[in-house]
Design a protein around this ligand. Structure first.
Ligand SMILES: *Cc1c(COP(=O)(O)O)cnc(C)c1O
Length: 233
């Protein structure tokens, strides 16, 4: 209750729109379990986050992995939203988008993403994975939660594993339409998140210094690793 209340206040949503997961990985699996069966399909990009195909395969649904943008494109290896839209059929129930993506570090422009979401059939959900939202300061990124009122078939996925530095405690969440959250909450394990993770996540939300420190360490490590890799050719 405490964490959901804090998250609802932070994002300007109601607690009924939230689903807590054992890491956001759990959320990705819950979404697949709730909405996919072997006769249905899910769409994602080549080089997108590795958990999407694992979650989809486990349901027996068909994976439509869409070729990424080519190496010579402005957003090399990024999601090709036009090709992804063309891959959507009446059997598509889920489309996964990682923004920014891991491992390619690519992103989609906010206006292109909103156009894509608006073009979706009502029979499909867009799962917008914003695991790195708090890091993305130098790129144009729209908080997908702002689109939820207009786009009820959107599921925003966030995690405490990255900028909040709590990867090993396993806690993430989805923000969605209340009816979608109701579906996810019906099938999740009743005690999928530990009391230790709940307490740590609530504390981290109130600790901007901790988040700033975690992000600063990641950025300085990125510089250090890039320098070493360059030195070694
Ligand atoms: C790390 C990561 C996740 C999963 O993080 P959890 O530790 O399960 O919360 C989800 N999506 C992307 C794109 C990630 O990089």
């Amino acid at each position: 209750h405490e964490l959901k209340t804090k998250l609802a206040r932070l994002h300007g949503v109601s607690a009924e729109q939230l689903t807590l997961g054992n890491g956001s990985n759990d959320i990705l699996v819950l979404v697949a379990e709730a909405f996919l069966t072997p006769d249905l399909e899910a769409v994602y990009s080549q080089y997108a986050f590795a958990v999407y195909p694992i979650a989809v395969h486990a349901t027996g649904a068909t994976c439509r992995s869409v070729a990424a943008l080519p190496a010579g494109a402005a957003m090399a290896y990024g999601h090709d939203l036009t090709a992804m839209r063309a891959a959507i059929t009446e059997r598509t129930r889920l489309v996964f988008i990682a923004n920014p993506n891991n491992p390619t570090g690519t992103y989609v422009e906010p206006q292109d993403l909103l156009r894509f979401i608006r073009s979706m059939p009502r029979s499909a959900l867009v799962v917008l994975d914003e695991a790195y939202f708090e890091y993305a300061r130098s790129i144009p990124l729209q908080n997908g939660i702002d689109w939820l009122d207009e786009c009820p078939n959107l599921v925003i996925v966030r995690t405490f594993a990255k900028a909040y530095g709590l990867a090993g405690l396993r806690i993430g969440y989805a923000v969605s339409h209340p009816e979608v959250a109701d579906m996810l909450n019906r099938i999740r394990q009743p005690f999928n998140v530990s009391s230790v993770a709940l307490a740590a996540a609530a504390a981290a939300l109130d600790d901007p210094e901790h988040v700033a420190h975690t992000v600063a360490v990641a950025i300085s490590e990125r510089v250090r690793v890039a320098t070493v890799l360059r030195q070694r050719g």
